[in-house]
Ligand binder design. Structure first.
Ligand SMILES: [Ca+2]
Length: 514
């Protein structure tokens, strides 16, 4: 007799969804004491069927599920004229669903922001974005308008501060006020969810606004871009110095396609089976002892070996930049399968490639000078999300990190080292009781990878941890690279290990272990 429990479940689900206390059009009159709010547009958006809502104006992808009716409020706060004579404001868009689940999600940004993206809450949310789950969702341009990597706003002091940390705090407070006004009661729980710059913002709110959010998801965080750009400049200079010049006098490619295939195949030979299963994915990355020196030719160079110069450059570059004492300036990068990928952001075997200007590839790149310049750049360092005392946040909140092991932009080891420092410095309770880090094999920057399972639902993991105290001992990942395959993502220091029996495509055949 399944009818009754099902009916009860449906009734319970309906009863927990709140109705607005105001009409959408009323939002045009919203004011906040002491805050210069300007509401530009209010729109009651009807229910949209699956695959009809664009994720972003810049990309062709659509949301695979229905988005139920909601009220969208677009506006600005703190409108002003900047030092450069341009007009600035902190733009935002807030989606207030008709059937509200009582929660609030702040959607993290990307690049240098500069536009208000559709407030959907898509990041690491599996198949169902936050808005479709009934969360109120807000997005912000973080205080300026511009193309995604247009840094012109940095000339303006307030715009820089807004981008680094002020705008997300201001918008979080305003969104909470609007939600409380619109529904007649405040949100029960607040979440921040973002990747890359959105991952940095997620860390910033945990560090500088420790009481604002109950649950935070930070993916592939752009944690300290001065140093990560320095590392890419370093890798580029090591590659270029080893590769020499081509016929036109430009730096040659260090590796041929055959070299890259050799390196990838050798890496898999050495490290794939260390997680108990040869499946093209390396889950036990920290046990991977791949060394390109083992591939050095005994005689002449062929496609089946590397020159000593190539192998030496690879080892030096992947170990990361060091100071004159041999100490780490920025962590190295793991040996992982995505390093040979050439879709999206290319893997590091193609040399560093990033869409913002850096010292990478410059002939006069000087590591120690660059490191000293970055260490002395107080303006740039202010945006870094490296504060490690989270005792106020940890007392009530939960924080999930994830990072692609093949991210060619920000090293996953930098996130791991931060996680360890944060755990040591936040000594009020064991870190595993309030924060987890999931390393994602094969995944590039915030997604992608020819051998990655990059589809997972960290939003459910953080919500269940906050609201049900359901500890996320693993999170299931799937992905287009391996149709039909699933794996558990395990919190560091554990990794997914094949149990030795059972369907190798099924996550249930794997256990999380150190
Ligand atoms: Ca494996």
């Amino acid at each position: 007799m399944p009818t009754k429990p099902c009916l009860l479940f449906v009734l319970t689900a309906v009863l927990t969804l709140a109705q607005p206390a105001h009409k959408c059009a009323d939002a045009a009159q919203f004011t906040s004491p002491g805050v210069a709010v300007r509401i530009d547009k209010v729109e009651q958006v009807p229910t949209a069927p699956p695959n009809t809502v664009r994720i972003s104006p810049m990309f062709p992808g659509t949301v695979g599920v229905a988005i139920s009716a909601y009220c969208r409020v677009d506006g600005t706060i703190d409108e002003r004229t900047g030092a450069d004579g341009k007009s600035y404001a902190i733009g935002f868009a807030l989606a207030l669903p008709d059937a509200w689940n009582g929660g609030f999600v702040f959607q993290g940004g990307g690049g240098l922001n500069g536009l208000v993206a559709p407030p959907l809450g898509m990041n690491a949310a599996g198949d169902v974005p936050a808005l479709a789950r009934g969360f109120a969702v807000v997005d912000t341009d973080s205080g300026h308008k511009g193309a995604v990597f247009d840094g012109a706003f940095f000339r303006d002091q307030q715009a820089s501060l807004d981008f680094y940390y002020i705008a997300i705090g201001r918008v979080a407070v305003l969104a909470k006020q609007m939600i409380a006004w619109y529904y007649g009661r405040p949100a029960q729980h607040a979440y921040y969810d973002g990747c890359s710059t959105g991952g940095r913002e997620a860390m910033i709110v945990s560090q500088r606004y420790p009481s604002y959010f109950d649950g935070i998801v930070s993916g592939d965080p752009a944690m300290r871009t001065g140093y990560s750009n320095l590392a890419l400049g370093y890798i580029g200079s090591v590659f270029d110095a080893a590769a020499g010049k081509d016929a036109s006098g430009k730096p040659a490619q260090l590796l041929s396609d055959a070299d890259r295939k050799l390196i990838l195949d050798s890496l898999l030979d050495k490290c794939d089976a260390k997680d108990g299963l040869r499946d093209g994915m390396i889950f036990n990355t920290r046990a991977c002892d791949f060394d390109p020196a083992a591939l050095v030719c005994e005689g002449a160079k062929t496609d089946r070996c590397l020159t000593a110069t190539q192998a030496g450059a690879l080892k030096k570059a992947f170990a990361g930049p060091k100071n004159l004492h041999g100490d780490e300036i920025y962590p190295g990068v793991p040996w992982d399968v995505g390093m040979a990928d050439h879709k999206g952001l290319p893997g590091l075997l193609y040399g560093p490639f990033i869409p913002v200007p850096t010292a990478a590839g410059k002939a006069d790149f000087d590591l120690q000078n660059e490191a000293a310049r970055i260490a002395g750049n107080a303006n740039g360092l202010l945006g870094d999300s490296t504060w490690t005392n989270l005792s106020t946040f940890a007392a009530h909140g939960k924080l999930i990190f994830y990072h692609g092991l093949s991210d060619p932009w920000f090293s996953p080891w930098d996130t791991l080292e931060y996680y360890e420092r944060m755990g040591r410095d936040t000594d009020v309770k064991p870190v595993q009781t309030w924060s987890r880090l999931y390393l994602v094999p094969g995944m590039g920057h915030c997604g992608g990878g020819s051998a990655a399972l990059d589809h997972f639902d960290m939003l459910t993991a953080i919500v269940d941890w906050v609201e049900k105290n359901h500890v996320p001992e693993s999170v299931i990942a799937t992905g287009a690279a391996f149709p039909g395959r699933s794996r558990p993502l395990c919190p560091y220091p554990r990794h997914a290990e094949y149990k030795g029996q059972g369907d190798p495509n099924d996550a249930a055949s794997f256990a999380c272990q150190e």
